[in-house]
Write a protein that binds this ligand. Sequence first.
Ligand code: ZN
Length: 184
Amino acid sequence: MGCRKTKDKSELIRIVKTPLNSIEIDLNMKLPGRGVYICPEKDCVKKTLQKKVLSSAFKEEIDTPEVNEFFERLKKRLEDKIVSLIGISYKSGRVSSGRTQVKEEMIKNNICLIIFTEDASTDLSDKIIKYCDQKKIRYYWFSLKQNVSKALAGKERAVLGIKDMRLAKTIEKNIETLNNITVA
Ligand SMILES: [Zn+2]
């Protein structure tokens, strides 16, 4: 629901109705009950979060969340999901971290995606981005060192390289969704 653009299900956000007729965000598409898929673009979410629209989609009177509150919740869920995906990658040995290691792995063509934390120095990011451009590797900024360290067994690193293509794609998709709703 939202715009009329055709999108893959994986690009949409599933919401479900709770027993109390409010809305729960189901990023992992696992919660039981009737689900509705919404386009995660800001304007589309705003359109969808109207009582009339939601109630007709769920065929029941829905306690409609306040738009900003919903965005904050969605943002938090996406951030948690990205950190957990980085954690999964890290545990399976598919994350390089820190300037030296990331650079080495980029030279060996082992990196599919670069993530800088938002508190990374521009000196660091400028240097790594040069390699990204050469190697055609995509890069994003996400969260803060301290937050991401939860996924890295406590290590605080300002740059990460994801070495697994499938995980990289999933992380990238979630970061893009997050950026779409965060942009004013
Ligand atoms: Zn849309």
